[in-house]
Write a protein that binds this ligand. Structure first.
Ligand SMILES: [Cu+2]
Length: 237
């Protein structure tokens, strides 16, 4: 899931720089590192265990972000990419947005009502109000630090979205299959090295915590992961 079938054959052309197509195709293809000779692929599954999952409505629980962090001393990478988050029908769209640090997000208002945007850093509890504006207005904000930013509107308490900022280009956002509660992912163009693989979900935690993986030259690493309620997710060791 997470990759729309008809667009999939175009992926090679998207990677070659068809920026317009990439926007239409949405967040399925992570930027990776262009022309990464000898890089590897991390491929796997995400399954939900011992937890209820809401499968319908604008705030469903099917969004998952999988990302790699280098743990071998290589510096995190930044980007000047751009992304968008809309406010339409009293809903932030998308509900989950995964970006690389350095990305500038344009916050749009397509409703008749005014909307506010403020951020709550899930880790530090810090908040930042970037303002309140009316229909047709767009405000940019650049996210320079990795972390989960809960995005809220002070005028409509039911509005909430999650911006997952990762510190490298190796991430993918997928949608779990609503009947099986499972999803598959592939992260390409990872240079050989040591990584931690994190599965992010707004409510559930990765069982056993982030998984340590080694990417070898030109190889594919397979990883099966489980997300579950926090009380079942503790690492065993
Ligand atoms: Cu609002």
């Amino acid at each position: 899931m997470g990759r729309s079938g008809p667009l999939w054959p175009l992926r090679g052309r998207i990677a070659a720089g068809w920026v317009t197509l990439m926007i239409i195709a949405g967040p399925a293809a992570p930027p990776g590192v262009e022309g990464c000779d000898g890089c590897g692929t991390v491929q796997g599954t995400v399954a939900v265990e011992q937890a209820a999952v809401r499968t319908e409505g604008p705030k469903h629980d099917l969004d998952v972000v999988v990302f790699l962090n280098r743990v071998d001393g290589e510096e995190p990478l930044s980007t000047s990419a751009r992304a968008e988050m809309d406010q339409r029908g009293l809903v932030f769209i998308p509900h989950v947005l995964a970006i690389q640090q350095g990305t500038t997000v344009t916050f749009l208002n397509n409703d008749n009502d005014e909307h506010n945007v403020y951020f709550l850093d899930d880790r530090t509890g810090e908040t930042l109000d970037i303002g309140t504006w009316g229909q047709g207005v767009a405000v940019d904000h650049t996210f320079d630090q990795a972390g989960t930013i809960i995005t809220l509107c002070k005028l409509h308490l039911e509005m909430a979205a999650y911006i997952v900022v990762v510190n490298g280009p190796w991430f993918v956002q997928i949608t779990l299959d609503p009947s099986s509660r499972r999803g598959e992912f592939a992260i390409e163009n990872a240079p050989p090295g040591e990584y931690e693989l994190t599965v992010w979900h707004k409510k559930l935690k990765q069982k056993g915590g982030p998984a340590r993986i080694t990417v070898r030259q030109g190889a594919t690493v397979k990883v099966e992961t489980v997300i579950t309620k926090t009380k079942y997710a503790k690492a065993s060791g």
